[in-house]
Design a protein around this ligand. Structure first.
Ligand code: ZN
Ligand code: ZN
Length: 416
């Protein structure tokens, strides 16, 4: 029996789940792995699922399992209210880690990743006589927290299953459907998420002289942080300093005791990371001091993601394989993305090379029109937008094909 992939994708899209809560999704995956006759385990890194297809070459029992290819798909959704207007749009809600009821949407396309990987596994099972080796299918939770791959590693995923000779993964993006973007070397930025707590002294809104106002401190800090990229980093280098959240106070006539800022920082490598982190800390501390704070601010790192670095040799092989399979010119270099990923922990921790590529999900006609008008940034919704939804086809079929082509490139051809 074959999987109805479009129905599967629509079902996943209608039932998005927040990070580390992907229990229904994991159940859907497990059901399909079972039907495909693939051995699997659930609950790896809380909600992760790992499937293994062992297909040793006939008559080569001594050579073990052959090349081990890891195929990774992330499963989680985001606290975003869907506005795509699609008839299969999500109306789901969930509880975020604070216990707050939030709308939930597959605004990053991880539903497409799951559907494509299941489709690819079905194809690889059906064509077992054409390849040999071992496929490890990794359905990872909580990519959006930057915590899922490390949770799976902490749960022993590298020891409980065959260790990878190569790690492969893909992400759907608003490139025109039919195109593939992959870059040798640094494909995605490193990232840190920080929570900064500015400590003041609370009091009555009418008596500011008796307080140390953390609201003013926060405002000055946010503005000054923007000078890191604009004034202190070489304009030819890439760095991002975003304050995505700012919280202080409950009422107009109370000066609160503290303010919280949440920062998202991005850079291409560890050297730039050290430079930006030093500048952030210097500014945060100096602004507190300028405000007369009696206690220094508290800076906590919530997550830290390494840069996603594509292996040069493996990327060259894969680019050729994609161009051969889909036609010359299908693959383009999209440049380094300032987004970040936690897929590379699997490669870093195991010492295996990684290739992580992007495949297009935007309507090619809409994309071409926006490009001609110079309005791509405005008119083509990006990942995490409430309007982001890949066109179902050819995106889904190509997502299956790319994984099959990539896996086959690194698996062995069976010996007769
Ligand atoms: Zn995302
Ligand atoms: Zn994503």
């Amino acid at each position: 029996m074959t999987i109805d992939l479009e129905a599967l994708y629509i079902d996943l899209h209608r039932h998005p789940e927040l990070s580390f809560q992907e229990t229904r999704t994991a159940g859907v995956i497990a059901k399909h792995l079972e039907e495909l006759g693939i051995e699997f385990e659930e609950g790896i890194g809380r909600t992760g699922v790992v499937g293994v297809i062992r297909n040793p070459s006939a008559g080569s029992a001594e050579s073990g399992d052959g090349p081990v290819v890891w195929l990774r798909a992330d499963m989680d959704a985001l606290p975003v209210e869907e506005r795509t207007g699609l008839d299969y749009a999500s109306t789901a809600h969930g509880l975020d880690p604070n216990g707050t009821d939030v709308p939930v949407m597959h605004a990053c396309g991880h539903d497409m990743h799951v559907a494509a990987l299941l489709g690819a596994l079905e194809r690889l099972v059906a064509t077992k006589e054409q390849w040999s080796g071992t496929i490890v299918a990794v359905f990872q939770p909580a990519e959006e927290y930057g915590a899922g791959s490390q949770a799976m590693i902490a749960d022993g995923v590298l020891d409980r299953f065959p260790r990878p000779d190569i790690v492969l993964g893909q992400h759907v993006t608003p490139l025109p459907a039919g195109t593939i973007g992959v870059r040798s070397g640094t494909q995605m930025a490193a990232s840190d998420g920080l929570t900064v707590t500015l400590l003041g002294r609370g009091g009555h809104g009418s008596r500011p002289q008796a307080t140390i106002d953390p609201v003013v401190m926060a405002a000055a800090t946010v503005m000054r942080l923007q000078t890191i990229v604009s004034r202190e980093i070489d304009p030819r280098d890439v760095a991002v300093v975003t304050v995505g959240s700012i919280h202080a106070g409950l009422k107009n006539n109370i000066i609160p005791a503290e303010a919280k800022l949440e920062l998202s920082l991005r850079y291409p490598d560890d050297e730039a990371r050290a430079v930006v982190l030093e500048k952030v800390e210097r500014i945060v501390r100096a602004e507190a001091q300028a405000s007369g704070a009696e206690d220094p601010p508290v800076i906590v790192t919530d997550h830290s993601l390494p840069p996603t670095i594509n292996d040069v040799e493996a990327t060259a092989r894969l680019t050729l394989a994609f161009d051969t399979a889909f036609g010359a010119g299908t693959v383009m270099d999209p440049g380094m993305f300032t987004g970040s990923e936690d897929v590379s922990w699997f490669a870093r921790e195991s010492g295996a090379p990684l290739v992580f590529w992007f495949w297009g999900g935007a309507d090619p006609e809409a994309f071409a029109a926006a490009q001609a008008a110079g309005t791509v940034e405005r008119d083509i919704p990006t990942n995490h937008s409430p309007y982001f939804a890949p066109v179902l086809q050819p995106t889904l079929n190509q997502g299956v094909e790319t994984l099959v082509v990539a896996a086959r490139e690194f698996l062995a051809v069976p010996t007769a």
